[in-house]
Each structure stands twice: as structure tokens, then as C-alpha cells.
Design a protein around this ligand. Structure first.
Ligand SMILES: [Fe+2]
Ligand SMILES: [Fe+2]
Length: 245
């Protein structure tokens, strides 16, 4: 698994605008697949530039979720259209945070209930931004990236643990669908949770507060396919830690 090289934020609007792609990403190692998609889809590059300028921590997270999605796509041998959609969505899924005030976005302590509602709106805001740009599939993925967890929670707790979570065949099959956009949305949710709970650059995770909640956050993802992805992510994380010793 590749190691990420982080870099301190660079300030100054004028300077930022003159930055080339290389300068934008600094010393960070970028997977060729990420470079390719940024060339093919300049809208993603522009949104990432804007995010880096607005909130480096979110930019860092988007890049890492993007890199992990490349690695997962390879392991699962996704088709090129699936890999592109997963990667493109991974790189912009939190873009709605551009519209969340820095006061809330960069807050170090716990959110109030009101602030949490504002924060949670970033998925809808991001989806709207992407729809306005004509990026309908990425909008759908963005809209769902937190819904996955919430809907699972509802299925488990709101319906007394019955059938929705069980894999079923035929007419009464559960909502779980290992194909198409649904599968990719689930993948993105798992990678997103995994990366964000492990990312120590986050102001609310400096001492591993989010990491302590990772298994709780992931407990609703329990199909074979999801467990395989979680296993891969854990393996890579462990290997990365071992490399550093
Ligand atoms: Fe998010
Ligand atoms: Fe995210």
C-alpha cells in the first residue's frame, strides 16, 4: 500500500491560483489513475483546488479516499467505468463542505445539535453542486455517502433487527444490491468511514477519538462484500504501520 506524504497547507488566494497541478499536490504521491482522471475531468481538479484553498484537512481526506478507492478497485477488479465513477466520486464526495462555515468545519470540540445538522447538510449541498455541474452520477454517490450508514441503522434499530439486513433472493430480496451504483455507493461509504476515522489531521481526531469509534461506525456494513473491503483496508493500514517501524 502506498504511503501518503502530507504537506502543510499553503495559503494565499493569488498564489494558489497560479499553482500547477504538481504544486497543488506538493510532494504527495499521486496514483496514475488519479492523475488520469484529473486530466480527463478538469471539473474534479477545479473543485479540489478550491477545497485545498478552503480547508486543507478536507482536501487531504478527499485525496486519501481517492487513493484508497483506486487500490480497492484494483483488488476487486472493478470495470473501468465503475473504477472511474468510484474514484471521481471519492475525490468530490465532501465537496459540499465548501459551503459550510469554517467556524463549524474546523471546530475542534464537539458539535452542538445545530452545528451537527449544518455539518450533515454537506452531502445534500455537495450533490446539488454536482448536479449543477451536470455530474449526475457523482451527485448520486455524494448524496448517499452518509445515507448508507443511516439507512442501515434504521433497518437494524428501527425495524427490530429483522429481515432487511439479511441477504435474500428473489422478489423479497433485501435492499442490498452488489451491483451498479448501489454497490459503489456502499464501497464509498466504507472507505470514507475508514479513512476519516484513521485520519489524524482531523481536528476532532488528533488523539484517535474517531478511531475509537471506527468499529461502531462500520458495524452496519456486514455483508460478505463489505467485510472483504473492510478486511483489505485494515490489512493495508497495518502494513503501513509496520513499514514505519
Ligand atoms: Fe461526508
Ligand atoms: Fe468524507
Amino acid at each position: 500500500m502506498r504511503e501518503y506524504q502530507d504537506e502543510a497547507p499553503v495559503g494565499g488566494k493569488g498564489i494558489e491560483k497560479q499553482q500547477t497541478e504538481e504544486k497543488l499536490f506538493g510532494e504527495r504521491k499521486i496514483a496514475p489513475e488519479v492523475k488520469n482522471i484529473l486530466e480527463k475531468e478538469p471539473v474534479i481538479l477545479e473543485l479540489l483546488k478550491e477545497m485545498r484553498e478552503y480547508d486543507w484537512v478536507t482536501f487531504d481526506h478527499l485525496m486519501k479516499v481517492g487513493e484508497l478507492s483506486v487500490a480497492i478497485s484494483k483488488e476487486l477488479e472493478l470495470s473501468s467505468s465503475e473504477s472511474d465513477l468510484l474514484l471521481g466520486s471519492a475525490l468530490v464526495h465532501d465537496i459540499g463542505k465548501l459551503k459550510i462555515s469554517k467556524e463549524i468545519l474546523q471546530k475542534k470540540g464537539k458539535y452542538s445539535d445545530e452545528e451537527r445538522v449544518v455539518m450533515q447538510s454537506h452531502a445534500d449541498i455537495g450533490a446539488e453542486m454536482l448536479r449543477d455541474l451536470g455530474e449526475y452520477q457523482k451527485a448520486e454517490m455524494t448524496q448517499r455517502h452518509h445515507e448508507q450508514k443511516r439507512s442501515r441503522r434504521y433497518q437494524v434499530n428501527g425495524r427490530k433487527n429483522v429481515p432487511m439486513l439479511k441477504e435474500k433472493k428473489g422478489k423479497h430480496a433485501s435492499r442490498r444490491d452488489d451491483s451498479g451504483l448501489e454497490k459503489l455507493a456502499r464501497l464509498l461509504s466504507v472507505i470514507d468511514i475508514f479513512e476519516s476515522t484513521g485520519n489524524r489531521n482531523r481536528p476532532n481526531n488528533r488523539n484517535g477519538e474517531l478511531l475509537a469509534k471506527r468499529s461502531e461506525e462500520l458495524e452496519y456494513f456486514d455483508s460478505d462484500f463489505e467485510l472483504e473491503v473492510i478486511g483489505l483496508l485494515q490489512k493495508w493500514e497495518t502494513e503501513r504501520a509496520i513499514d514505519k517501524i
